[in-house]
Design a protein. Structure first.
Length: 87
């Protein structure tokens, strides 16, 4: 059921697009390749268990937590905002 000027299924299309965007973002953040033995930031040794669990890991747990908290998540669906419709 659509409302206003939207066609049937438009809301579900927006939801699907948001989910696809988030999956794409998550996949792009996944590590690939050889894991480092020492953290890029602080030089601490990265434990073997972490290197096996996270392929391509480059940061120790503390530095990764810091990087994650500082990262801009951008979790707003811009496709459905008024601003995106005005462009």
């Amino acid at each position: 059921m659509a409302g206003g000027w939207a066609r049937d299924g438009a809301v579900q299309d927006q939801i699907d697009a948001s989910v696809e965007d988030e999956v794409r973002r998550a996949r792009s953040r996944m590590g690939k390749g050889e894991s480092l033995r020492e953290c890029e930031e602080c030089g601490e040794v990265i434990p073997e268990a972490r290197r096996r669990a996270v392929p391509g890991v480059r940061l120790c747990i503390e530095c990764q937590a810091e990087a994650d908290s500082a990262a801009d998540r951008g979790g707003v669906n811009r496709r459905g905002s008024k601003d995106s419709q005005l462009r």
